[in-house]
Design a protein. Structure first.
Length: 133
């Protein structure tokens, strides 16, 4: 309590955000089935001056597959295959991840890759078209 005000929060020695990360990926196919799983190769470039700890206890980050259509967007968590937990400063890191296509979506979409943090999800890649049937 400070001057009869209660303060609730946490302390951290630094802040890591996803806005300095850039993702380039190649979708192996242009059309996929609902509920199928895609394995995607990508390169993540960390342009910041600090390492990004994906498994940070204070500011964890997770990779997200983002599908856009005329009604908005849907995000899906992905599973990293190669155990990457750190994105070194000013370096590119090759990653492989699995993405399960939601069974609730169908039609023409635009997709991108982003990182989810406690502040929300960012879009960190170029956008590409995908047909889900």
């Amino acid at each position: 309590n400070i001057d009869n005000y209660a303060i609730d929060g946490f302390s951290a020695d630094s802040l890591q955000t996803a806005n300095q990360l850039s993702v380039v990926c190649n979708l192996p196919v242009n059309a996929v089935e609902q509920g199928s799983t895609l394995s995607i190769n990508a390169t993540v470039e960390n342009k910041s001056e600090q390492d990004i700890m994906l498994t940070s206890s204070v500011y964890p980050m997770s990779l997200e597959f983002i599908l856009f259509d005329k009604n908005g967007f849907t995000t899906t968590d992905v599973s990293l295959q190669n155990g990457v937990t750190v994105l070194p400063r000013r370096q590119k890191t090759n990653i492989v991840f699995d993405c399960k296509i939601p069974s609730t979506v169908k039609g023409e979409y635009t997709f991108g890759i982003g990182f989810a943090t406690i502040f929300g999800c960012t879009l960190n890649s170029n956008l590409k078209k995908i047909n889900i049937h």
